[in-house]
Design a protein around this ligand. Sequence first.
Ligand code: ADP
Ligand code: MG
Length: 395
Amino acid sequence: MFFRLMYHIVLPVYVVFVIFASISLEKTQNAFFMIVFGLLFIASIFLERIYARLFLFIAASEIISLLLFHFTSQLNWCYSIYIILLSKFLFQVRGAVKGIFLGFGFMVFYTFIRATYSPVNSYSIFGVGSDFLTSIAVVLIIQYIIEMETKKNTLIEEKKREELRHKEEKVELIAEMAAGLAHEIRNPLTIIQGFLQHSKENNYNIQPWHDLIFGEVNRMNKLTVEFLQFSKPDVSQYQAYSIHECLKRVISLTKSNACCLGHQIVYTEYNPDLLVKMDFNKMVQVFVNLINNAVQSMVESGRITIRLFKEGDLAVCEVHDTGVGIEDTDLKKIFNPFFTTKAEGTGLGLPICQKIIQDHWGTIEVSSTPEYGSTFTICLPLETGASHAPDFAKD
Ligand SMILES: Nc1ncnc2c1ncn2[C@@H]1O[C@H](COP(=O)(O)OP(=O)(O)O)[C@@H](O)[C@H]1O
Ligand SMILES: [Mg+2]
């Protein structure tokens, strides 16, 4: 846009200005040729855009017509036209050294032509020095712009590549999850199919197996219900909620079950002012999942400790249990969909937690010592602003 404004509007206007000035000041001795060379110069500038392949030929025509225009106009103001043309070439000829040579070349031509109408004295010799220094400054400024532009383009390219990789990873994950779900559902289906077939062909009474069949149907139901929780959240619906309120809600939902099993939930510290932009119900789901896992990991009566604190511009929440802990080999797999060490497990709890936390621009990490317990740490970016009261009716 600015490029075109400069070369297709400012430059022609400048040429017309010089023509007008040269005629008015009676500097030119051949107004007709000056106008012809001026028009030729402008035409070359426009032709370059149309016939990009003939660049060298057109560039030569631009330079020659400018030299002749300068020669016939007999005006020093042509200097600015040299500089504008030089800046245009500098975008095509990359590199500071090449640029300085080109700039010097332009200045040599300009100085020679100026010498044809201007007396050579100490003033004009100093003028030449100033012209050369100006050309160096122009070259450096254009180099700086080119460098900035290149850096910006590289960043944009990198971002595009990153997005593409992200998309590919997503597609891969979906395929992996679909295959996993199909596999998980096929097992109970095969069992049920076996019973039905047996009952149909051999008139076999499957009544004693009803509970087992129901169990398998329930398992499939649980898998599909949990799987649906991978749905993408509506980010526009996120609101700033107090993470402390969220944890209070989680504790009220999980406390009775934990107490029944002889466990204790301790929420030692809290900071009611930590606000996080979130889908409240999904965040509750994350902590309920973590506490359920913690409860399931504790064979004897144990303790679940929840800590909430601020670290820089992050709200950090730790959920620690005194359960059996996680073996090093399993630690790498626990966020993989369908990884479970439980007979009744689906292996979808933690991947869902991870997905929800990522959808909230946060991170979830785990550390564990086998036999002593595990700690899940969630970091979420803090929000500054007014909090909303959680809408429990949505549950
Ligand atoms: N607090 C914890 N203590 C010990 N192991 C855990 C804990 N949380 C998760 N795990 C391990 O990670 C696995 C995956 O958990 P999850 O995704 O919630 O699926 P599920 O609970 O259905 O097995 C569990 O089977 C268990 O082996
Ligand atoms: Mg679980």
